[in-house]
Ligand binder design. Structure first.
Ligand code: HEC
Length: 193
């Protein structure tokens, strides 16, 4: 038993070293076919690069979101957001309510921020790479009357601010009015309170 374990560990180390360059390679034909272990490998491989990239231009959210509450056990594909792998963090103001994943009568407090990392999965190039950090900030109805009090934003993987059309984001998020316009991570990865 002990020998077998040692061998397995040695093989893992070798495999890890050999695949340092191509740890973002994918073999599936469809992003939905990535299994949990493949996703964990991709995330392990990319997460430092992602966090460093989002922080590169000194954006406050891009620099700090990693110290916020994680809301999922790992990134997952929901479909919208370009079939990317998505992983959301909630700031202090948002975390308590968000992590209940309530479906009715939700009203997030003003000051809530959700920042969602994304990994772009290119089936054509057979590789994954960092995607944008998608951001929603609850600013209240006075400041954002057309989008139910939410401000939508994004950072590119290099930390530069993305141009975001509020109506483009909100038209889709409007489908979750009872959840204060939040889509929530797919159920199997949600972290409870
Ligand atoms: C076609 C539908 C669609 C569009 C367009 C869309 N989203 Fe989303 N968004 C979703 C879904 C579905 C989720 C929840 C899935 C997940 O996070 O795994 C989500 C989740 C989010 C979250 C995490 C908070 C939450 O809702 O639980 C943020 C932040 C976010 N989107 C920002 C944006 C921004 C910024 C834009 C515009 C650039 C945008 N979204 C456009 C469907 C959409």
């Amino acid at each position: 038993m002990i020998r077998k374990f040692a061998l397995a560990a040695a093989l893992t180390v070798v495999a890890g070293a050999a695949s340092a360059q191509d740890c973002t390679a994918i073999t599936v034909e469809d992003a939905f076919d990535l299994d949990e272990s493949q996703i964990n490998v991709l995330y392990d491989c990319l997460q430092e690069k992602m966090a460093t990239g989002y922080a590169k231009e000194g954006d406050e959210i891009g620099t700090n979101y990693r110290s916020w509450a994680p809301t999922a056990s790992r990134p997952a594909v929901a479909g919208p957001h370009g079939n990317r792998l998505l992983n959301t963090y909630a700031n202090d103001v948002a975390a308590e309510q968000y992590l209940k994943f309530e479906e009715e009568g939700v009203e997030m407090p003003v000051g809530s921020i959700l920042a969602k990392e994304s990994i772009t999965v290119s089936i054509k190039k057979k590789a994954a790479r960092p995607g944008p950090l998608f951001i929603m900030t609850k600013v209240g109805l006075d400041e954002a009357p057309d989008t139910a009090g939410w401000l939508y934003a994004g950072l590119q993987p290099n930390g530069k601010v993305m141009k975001v059309k509020q109506s483009f984001c909100h038209d889709c998020h409007a489908g979750w009015e009872d959840q204060d316009f939040l889509g929530y991570p797919v159920e199997e990865v949600r972290l409870g309170q």
